[in-house]
Design a protein around this ligand. Structure first.
Ligand SMILES: [Fe+2]
Ligand SMILES: [Fe+2]
Length: 193
């Protein structure tokens, strides 16, 4: 069977998120240099994107639509699912905290830098491990245990759920724009690809 829509969308969103995390990492390593204004603006835009898009739209779709269905069919994933659900709760708070720590660095200066960088690296590591666990534990189980009827149902719910969450189709356009602005404005040699 070809890759179900739900898993394809999740995987695409993971890829976009990995690119953003990697760009953030490179940018942070590079530091503000001569152009402090655009440096902090780029970092703020990227964290804002993560907060508004993956945290508020991607995670809920997994927690509400995919995970319960897989757990219902395969009790073997119960532990992974509860760990992943817990990550979802923790990382929404973590990205807010990061945004505040970034403002600390921007407005209070160097003394706040290390705290932000350390927090970001922890966030990035946890997030990559999280996506890895979803793809290694949930995906194979879902492919093995969900029937064609399950997928029809979950793909439909998944697709329609993308609309009501925030009045969505326009929002996706706005996020697409924010995303390409990030790519455009991030100082060289940052690229998303
Ligand atoms: Fe997730
Ligand atoms: Fe995910």
């Amino acid at each position: 069977m070809s890759m179900p829509t739900t898993l394809r969308v999740i995987r695409e969103e993971h890829r976009a998120l990995k690119a953003i995390l990697q760009s953030l990492h490179l940018l942070i390593q590079q530091g503000p240099g001569e152009n402090e204004t655009s440096f902090f603006r780029s970092l703020r835009a990227m964290l804002f994107y993560i907060d508004r898009y993956p945290e508020r739209l991607h995670h809920p779709k997994e927690t509400e639509l995919l995970f319960p269905k897989v757990r219902e069919k395969d009790t073997g994933v119960a532990e992974a699912v509860s760990e992943l659900d817990h990550d979802h709760e923790a990382s929404e708070l973590a990205v807010r905290q990061l945004q505040l720590q970034l403002l600390g660095w921007e407005f209070l200066g160097e003394s706040e830098r290390l705290g932000f960088v350390t927090a970001f690296e922890n966030y990035k590591r946890a997030y990559l491990a999280h996506m890895e666990l979803e793809e290694s534990a949930i995906f194979p189980s879902a492919l093995q245990h969900l029937s064609t009827e399950d997928w029809v149902e979950i793909d439909a719910a998944f697709t329609s759920n993308r609309d009501p969450l925030t009045g969505h189709h326009p929002a996706e356009g706005v996020f697409a724009e924010l995303f390409s602005r990030i790519v455009r404005e991030a100082p060289q040699p940052i690229g998303l690809g």
